[in-house]
Design a protein around this ligand. Structure first.
Ligand code: ZN
Length: 460
């Protein structure tokens, strides 16, 4: 009889570096592995990781295209691994974009990246949601995989792995909070002998987000009174598209009133080459949108392609546009790449426009400690940007409701939505406190359920 071992090569003690190895074998001899995600460890969690066990890995399956879930794929391939990489269809389209961006930032040449991506294309095996697919890990071992939408970013999936004897292991991946204006809410798996569940916000409840776009509207209206640019630093995948879709909703509501308003002339500028490429994929995979967003298409609207939306691609146009804003102070909304203001095109905007008191900066994403975004959030008088100290006179606003992760209640709902309750849960992808708090909440919600945390005493 086949048995299994589960090894966490990352995301056991924190929220990055997701990489779980499911080893299969019989009689205590586990020779064949399925790797679930292959992510980079990022930020303050950075620790040196051991080599990946690539010789044993028969196949890799990816939950979604964030770098902390796919970023070690080049390392795996460079070691000589040429196995199949399973993921959803949209993830297969996003992975080359995200890896290319990461590799170029690490200083890899364009030629090297192009050659790597050409090899990777031969390894990618896109799977539709819902269908079962047989995956051979070796001549002896095979499993069946099923992907279900996880509502976190485009293409994100939770993965059910069915072993030969019928046991099911589910890897939740990152689960969305159900607050996306574009994507369908997460789908709970039917059953699991073991559910490997993320716990990023396992100790938190997000504020209610029913009227997220109304809060955005109020901030923009206040900023419009004194002119100047409204700068929104945004991650290229997910946040950028959610913001565009909310802005389109506001523009539509304003138009419906029939009154003259500054909104009607307000350009919405997307200044992020990666953000623009990802937005094209969000448009291409509109079949994964939630019903409300699809209905807008039927009404002749387009949440990601509307008349006031402008995309800046060329670097020259980007610099010229900033010089123009500096000279004229004209009102505009800019959604720019670089969610934590550490890199990306937002840095040029902040350097030029944060000394101007008419500028407004809207922060709607997580700002990691020590980043310029976190410093803006607490309110600093000067900011260090690209080796230059810049005075900050801009108004800073914080917008909630844009988290791409479920909170504690959402995670419990994901479990409660299963047709039959899981036999056991292993918590991963969370700080130790978040894992412990979620474990306690799950035991209260489902008495008798076995819950354990990947975070153990040896977490740093
Ligand atoms: Zn993610």
């Amino acid at each position: 009889m086949t048995g299994y071992q589960l090894i966490h090569h990352g995301a056991a003690c924190g929220v990055t570096g997701s990489c779980h190895e499911l080893r299969l074998g019989a009689d205590g001899d586990f020779q064949d592995s399925l790797l679930v995600d292959c992510g980079l460890v990022q930020g303050e969690e950075a620790v040196s990781l051991g080599p990946l066990p690539w010789r044993r890995v028969g196949a890799l399956v990816l939950t979604h295209a964030h770098l902390d879930h796919i970023g070690r794929l080049p390392e795996l391939c460079q070691a000589g691994w040429r196995g199949p990489v399973y993921c959803s269809e949209a993830t297969a389209a996003l992975v080359p974009l995200m890896l290319a961006d990461g590799l170029l930032q690490q200083g890899r040449s364009r030629g090297w990246v192009a050659a790597f991506l050409a090899d990777l294309q031969r390894q990618l095996r896109p799977l539709p949601f819902g269908a079962w697919h047989r995956v051979a890990l070796s001549a002896q071992q095979a499993v069946h995989l099923q992907l279900q939408p996880a509502g976190h970013i485009l293409g994100s999936a939770s993965i059910t792995v069915r072993l030969a004897e019928g046991q099911r292991l589910v890897f939740s991946g990152d689960i969305g909070g159900g607050n996306s204006s574009l994507l369908r809410p997460p789908v709970s798996p039917a059953a699991a002998d073991l559910l490997v569940l993320e716990s990023t916000y396992g100790d938190r409840l997000h504020p209610a987000v029913a009227q997220r776009h109304q809060a955005l509207r109020q901030v923009v209206e206040r900023s419009l009174r004194d002119g100047g640019a409204i700068l929104i630093p945004a991650f290229s995948i997910g946040r950028t598209q959610e913001l565009l879709s909310d802005l389109e909703q506001i523009l539509c509501e304003v138009q419906a009133t029939g009154q003259q308003s500054q909104w009607q002339e307000l350009p919405v500028v997307l200044d992020s080459p990666l953000g623009a490429q990802v937005t094209r994929l969000y448009r291409q995979f509109r079949r994964h949108w939630r019903r409300e967003a699809q209905q807008k298409l039927g009404q002749g609207r387009h949440p990601l392609d509307f008349s006031q939306a402008v995309t800046l691609a060329e670097h020259g146009a980007h610099l010229e546009f900033i010089a123009r804003l500096q000279a004229t102070g004209e009102p505009v909304i800019v959604v720019a790449g670089g969610g934590m203001c550490q890199g990306g095109r937002i840095v040029d905007y902040l350097r030029a426009l944060s000394p101007d008191p008419r500028t407004d900066v809207l922060l709607c994403g997580f700002q990691a400690r020590g980043t310029p975004g976190a410093l803006l959030q607490v309110g600093v008088e000067r900011l260090w940007l690209d080796g230059q100290s810049v005075p900050v006179a801009a108004q800073i606003h914080r917008l909630s409701g844009y988290s791409a992760h479920a909170d504690q209640a959402g995670l419990i709902e994901f479990v409660a939505g299963m047709a039959s309750p899981p036999k056991a849960i292993r918590l991963v992808h969370g700080e130790p406190e978040a894992q412990r708090a979620l474990a306690k909440a799950l035991r209260q919600a489902f008495p008798g359920l076995a819950v354990d945390c990947a975070a153990q005493q040896d977490c740093p």
